[in-house]
Design a protein around this ligand. Sequence first.
Ligand code: SF4
Ligand code: SF4
Length: 320
Amino acid sequence: MLTTTGVADNNLIQRCLPSPSRRALRPYPVIECFQEIPCNPCSTSCPFHAILPMDSIHDIPVLDFDKCTGCGACARVCPGLAIFIVDESRGDGTGSVSLPYEFCPLPQKGEIVFTMDRAGCVIGEGTVVRVSPGKTSGTPLVTLNVPIEQVHDVRFFCSKERADRFVLLNTAETISDKIILSAIDDDSDTAVPAIVEDDNNAGNEESPPVSKNIDNEKNERERDDNGNDTDEDEAIICRCEGITRREIRELIAEGYTTVDEIKRISRSGMGPCQARTCGPLIADEIARMTGQSRDSIQPSMHRPPVVAQPIAFFTGGDDE
Ligand code: SF4
Ligand code: SF4
């Protein structure tokens, strides 16, 4: 499942967990890093040497839970946002998940948010109990109080105020319909349904091809009262190359309507993450602006090597 959807399944997650007695003792990290990639900040940053030294930078991190205090330092430095600090030790039927959060604004302590699973589906509600921006560097950590049975499912959240802007995946076993409907009821004058129906394909596999015409009126950029771009327009879509949502939208409006085209003209997806973050976001934007179904938007082309290799790998042993 991981290699086809990018979403880790329960079997993989179970392999990341400590013994039941350690889980009940104090917080611990769940390191959801399953592939051999050239990366090691978690290992080098642990102040208690609980993440074992790696022989190769491609090694998968190995954790000594007895040494780990649950301090969260590793979660702050992981560029893949792959580490979550879970606390099951409270004994009151709730648990907490501290997750790295790279977006602005940070949530407020006490805020009730929609919790989401690894696939981006809403699975319930949680309370923000701690917001820890970090003293000097590193990714802010947001700690959510959630039902104990969800500590291994909750991996992201969205503010209730912004829920109407999220496109939720239409997968089974979510309770998003119920939750989103209650959100809409809260503000029925302005809220837009969070679940965007795929009108082009719903219940009709033989739907005619959708038009790629871009409705520029519908997609006109949001502006504030002074006519300036909103924060949302200036949100960074490709973090490796620093490309904003506004730039992506302008390219789509110019007629670049595939992820590959946008990659070639803007360099989005050519940085270290190789489109893992920006690729799906750009595809979302294309689908939204062109009226195509999200499923019909192809990801960008990937060619080997998929991990960094020493020059000697290509030259047969000669580094020169
Ligand atoms: S939570 Fe803290 S002690 Fe545990 S592995 Fe991460 S950095 Fe080390
Ligand atoms: S820092 Fe994150 S992505 Fe890098 S090896 Fe550690 S867990 Fe994996």
